[in-house]
Write a protein that binds this ligand. Structure first.
Ligand SMILES: [Zn+2]
Length: 121
């Protein structure tokens, strides 16, 4: 699945959670983590609680999310996101198998043994 398809799928499942110009840009190995994160957020939040996601991306081997929510909602979402980020730190961005940080080009990426040299997350 590419990121365009992932975002379209997430918008269908969670129509109120993404800003109009939201962007999702993570390696295919992390797509399942994002799908699970959104499902967990929807189970946690009441329908009245507003969360608007503007961006989810991988930055130097770390899962990152830019979103807007109010006080208690933001804190609850932060807890779930921190768990997703910890999971991503252990998963190859290419394939989702167990991985560790590797230097790839100018930056750091999470890679399994097989994808150590892969440049395209
Ligand atoms: Zn891999």
């Amino acid at each position: 699945m590419d990121n365009t398809t992932l975002l379209a799928t997430l918008r269908r499942r969670h129509p109120s959670r993404f800003a109009r110009h939201a962007a999702v840009n993570v390696g295919p190995g992390w797509h399942g983590i994002i799908v699970d994160l959104l499902a967990r957020i929807d189970r946690l939040l009441s329908p009245e609680e507003v969360l608007v996601i503007h961006a989810i991306h991988g930055a130097d081997g770390t899962l990152s999310m830019i979103s807007l929510a109010h006080g208690g909602t933001a804190a609850a979402v932060r807890t779930l996101f921190d768990e997703a980020r910890a999971e991503a730190a252990r998963r190859c961005e290419c394939c989702g198998r167990p991985g560790i940080p590797h230097q790839v080009g100018e930056g750091t990426r999470i890679r399994c043994h097989e994808h150590t040299e892969a440049n395209d997350g």
